[in-house]
Design a protein around this ligand. Sequence first.
Ligand code: ACM
Length: 619
Amino acid sequence: MKKTLLIAFLTMPLGIFAQKSDPNMGIIPAPVSINKGKGEFKFSPETIVLVDSPNHKAVRFFAEYLRKADLATSVTDLATIDKKHLGLKNTVKLSLNFKGDLPPEGYELRITEDNVEIKGNGAGVFYGIQTLIQLMKKTSPGSATIPCAVIKDNPRFPYRGMHLDVARHFFDVDFVKKYLDVMAMYKLNYFHWHLTDDQGWRIEIKKYPKLTEIGSKRAQTKIGRASGPTFVPDLYDNTPHGGFYTQEQVRELVEYASARYINVIPEIEMPSHSLAALAAYPELSCDPTKTYKVGETWGGFDDVFCPTEETFKFLYDVLREVMDMFPGKYVHIGGDECNKVAWKKSEFCRQLIIDSKLKNEEGLQSYFVAKVEKFLNAQGAQMIGWDEILEGGLAPNATVMSWRGERGGIAAAQLGHDVIMTPGSGGMYFDHAQSKSPQEPLNIGGHAPLEKTYNYDPIPSVLNAEQKKRVIGVQANLWTEYIASPGKVWYMLLPRMMALSETGWSPQNGKDFKNFSQQRIPHHLLLIDQAGYNYRVPVAIGSADTTLKGNKFKIELTPSVEGAKIHYTIDGGDPTENDIEYTAPLEFVIPEKGAISFKSIVVTASGKKSVATTIKMEN
Ligand code: ACM
């Protein structure tokens, strides 16, 4: 280490999260409008929750929340209240039958020192409750304070989705419930459940038991990267992996989601990503003489469903059972990454292309998707597919999920189709790394830092006003090739899901990454931590991997999680919790031709650590 003069001085107390000056009052996603008041409402065991629909699911959710938070109080049906008590103080009133003028899913939350009231439209009261919960500060057992304010709020998009791939790795029912819990906290309303893929079929279909008997199990899993710089060929874990949801469990989860105003979209992949199904029923492939096994590695496979009438009968049967389990309007049929190798080799496909007057295999993909869409529409369901369903012509009523950038979404909107934006290029692939640090855990590659997800605007500027309306929302995807445990799911999901929430809900022109990441995220991560979830600890606020030139520097950092500490080294060593604790801004004076590397990490009260960042100061 070069000779360095280090002066540290105490100018600023730590823990300035500036909550008080936060115009968004710490709420994620940021509401449309907030008028802060003076004073606070004191929630106590004497507080009465008054409701106009006592059996409503939003009411049941709130009552359950209060019970679990030890804020037990009575929930009283307004109809049973004597009119003269309507001016009662110390009440929280939920007006579900509000007939006033609020936008879809909108709510109005009024907090005065005397009362709290939430009026809502549709899911609005539920979202008002989520906001209220975020504002409640527990003071003592049974009591909480809520700052006075009037909040008017509604989502920017009707579709705010989060996807989970349970095919590459299986996650059990309790885990999926926790996933839905976090989605609800952040006002996300579509859970896209990727249930089938080459590496596993995860949903019970009674008519085709082999789908789960055979298709839900793989003998082993590839270790390490399937491609790229750390690629290791032919290294497998020798450990079987499997799991599936029974129809009863699916119904239970759909019900659980519905209680949180979350629609569940099942994805049954076709024509590609279907190797697990072919392992169970090889007769659905273009070459039934081959043996197929459930995928043990990642990436595409050449074997796909063959577009025979037998395959369509199978798919319709499967989809009938699926629609019976999922009452929502959408069914996702995948449609992505069908490489057509098997179709090109198939005499049957060649003849089908001629007989059906199709151009080529792209036309066959379109034929396949359109046939399935026709079936779904006839049953009253609406089809969603990845943007490859545009190939060879888009099925008439399809909704397109644009994942390969925005191109597919733009084309679909221009054709008058509904579009959900989920581009990797917009930070919507949560399997991508959250930073370029080598300390990030193994991942599929790509780069989706929090800021990228946060700043993404799902409405492309090239669309005209009418076409813009076809963009019904935004979604982030969590593919699990390299995510085998719940802890790693949470690491990849949080806090990026909070950024997704704001991208889907809050007005674009009010978005402010600094306010989001510095004034709101640190408190939310503390709450997430206390609730027992894992998450990625962001690097200290004010730090980044960077090289600065000059002779005098001031380093001023804030922990990225409330209550966390920052530790640092200046001797080039990797910082640990045993290194010097940062407690106040530091000033460095670097001698001529000198340099110093300031390396820091954030360590939370629960022991979680950020990756290290290095600020190199050179003179
Ligand atoms: C996808 O990521 N293959 C939709």
